[in-house]
Design a binder for this molecule. Structure first.
Ligand code: HEM
Length: 417
């Protein structure tokens, strides 16, 4: 039935309304984002088209972030994986969203990381209030909502940047020397009327960070744990990355040719990641599936992603980790452009599928590969107890890699990269 959900028009099965119900976003983040999501088109269009030109800056940021979060010594040192990865991801992605130096400002990073956690916790509490007590939801949202506090803090950081860009825009009427090429600029060039206020633009940046930091960090931690548990993959992956970087530099071409790395990451996420359900939709009118089953308006639907990703009929020996599962299929004739991490299909649903599939997936996968490739060239990694991934943590239907586990990391020096 996933095909029916994927093909259903937004007016019929809506992701936005499902998320609003589950996360109470209308109360927590306000109505504009929910019902005026023009930033989604900017992610899908301009951000995705600019990945190649953004890569050198993102790579420079990643190198600094790795040096800040991981040991410089050649002896094994313990690293709290989740904490380190969240910061590295936050810096790398915000380099493309708002540029330097704000992307590595500790207070700005901290507020973006905490914002998502607070939105989630507020939603949990709000969902305890029955629907007919709408007045109470409004009062609780006002009291608990992270947005008013966090927006004020975020505005403090973004105001000078946005104001300067607005002033220059007026002065030069469009282009000016040194105009930043980042997501904030692209957002501002699409914004109209009220969307151009500092508060509104700040809210968009917060919400894009909300969609980015934790999702990307969780996937990267799963990859890191897979690497630390299956250290035999480090050398072959290192050779793939080194060879391609020597030939093509740190470019999108090199990244797209890292088939083994792509396969390893997809397999790490398939085996260790995957919430119980994803691709939530709310039926805005009665919806009938192709097998004749109907659900009434107001029903929340979701896809059992974890079950799909662990189905032996789709993935032989589904519970066994095989880092080259996808790269070896791609080597067969006619298969080379399929089976990639960023390509949704009926058996690969990390980014959803269909009308609502994640608009940031190409950006996310490029950044993820860039971080892991850079890390593999500079560090060895393992768990204290080799071969074992620490147990996952379930939070409601969400499946998280262990949030407190430590990995052992040491610096290596390779010639030529
Ligand atoms: C590995 C990282 C990421 C994962 C696993 C992920 C996953 C998802 C999933 C499962 C959905 C819902 C798809 C559906 O229901 O069919 C989604 C939607 C969305 N994602 Fe991502 N995402 C990631 C990164 C990003 C990034 C980097 C951005 C922004 C640059 C982003 C922006 C969004 C937005 C705006 C939506 C809502 C789309 C809509 O309403 O139509 N995501 N994402």
């Amino acid at each position: 039935m996933i095909n029916d959900i994927r093909n259903a028009p937004k007016e019929s099965l809506s992701l936005q309304d499902a998320i609003n119900d589950m996360m109470q976003l209308e109360h927590v983040m306000g109505k504009e984002l929910q019902y005026d999501p023009y930033h989604i088109e900017v992610i899908k269009g301009t951000l995705t088209r600019h990945i190649s030109t953004q890569l050198p800056d993102i790579h420079a940021e990643i190198l600094e972030a790795l040096a800040a979060e991981l040991p410089e010594e050649t002896e094994w040192k313990e690293v709290h994986a989740f904490r380190a990865i969240r910061k590295i991801v936050c810096r790398a992605t915000n380099r493309a969203f708002v540029g330097a130096p704000l992307c590595h400002n500790p207070e700005y990073m901290d507020l973006n990381i905490k914002f998502a956690i607070n939105v989630f916790l507020t939603a949990v509490i709000m969902n305890l209030i029955p629907g007919f007590m709408g007045f109470l939801k409004v009062a609780v949202a006002k009291w608990l909502s992270p947005s008013s506090r966090t927006i004020n803090q975020a505005v403090k950081h973004l105001r000078p940047i946005i104001q300067e860009r607005l002033d220059k825009e007026r002065e030069y009427n469009g282009e000016w020397p040194g105009k930043p090429d980042d997501f904030l600029t692209w957002l501002m060039s699409e914004a109209q009327g009220n969307q151009l206020t500092i508060e509104n633009l700040t809210l968009r940046i917060l919400s894009v960070n909300f969609a980015t930091i934790h999702t990307t960090s969780i996937v990267l931690v799963n990859c890191l744990y897979a690497l630390a548990a299956h250290t035999e993959y480090i050398q072959p992956l290192r050779e793939e990355v080194k060879g391609l970087v020597e030939e093509y530099g740190w470019t999108k071409t090199a990244i797209s040719k890292m088939w083994k790395l792509d396969s390893f990451m997809k397999e790490a996420e398939r085996t260790n990641g995957g919430s119980a359900v994803s691709m939530h939709r709310k039926a805005l009118k009665e919806f009938t599936f192709s097998n004749g089953t109907s659900v009434p308006a107001g029903t929340i639907l979701a896809v059992a992603v974890n079950a799909v990703h662990h189905d032996d009929a789709i993935y032989p020996n589904a519970n066994n980790f095989n880092g080259y599962r996808f790269s070896s299929i791609r080597e067969q004739q006619g298969e080379s452009i399929k089976h990639q991490m960023s390509t949704p299909d009926l058996s690969w649903l990390l980014f959803g599928h269909g009308h609502h599939s994640c608009p940031g997936r190409f950006f996310a996968v490029n950044v993820l590969k860039l971080i892991l490739a850079s890390l593999i060239l500079k560090y060895d990694i393992k768990f204290e107890r080799e071969g074992e991934v620490p147990p996952n943590e379930w939070l409601s239907v969400n499946n998280m890699p262990n949030t407190s586990a430590k990995v052992l990391v040491r610096k290596v020096t390779l010639k030529g990269v």
